[in-house]
Design a protein. Sequence first.
Length: 59
Amino acid sequence: DNVLLAYEPVWAIGLGKVANPAQVQEVHTKLKKWLKDNANAEVTASTRIILGGVISLLC
């Protein structure tokens, strides 16, 4: 019932690099598609996806 999927781009871990909003949206979309293809509709709809890193709005 309470699924939370957190991710951080491997290229950003410990390197001080930040993701831009377009990169975050791309990964979010791909993860939602994976859930839709591999889990039931209830799990897909209720899963929250968060970024475990930093987003720069200045990119």
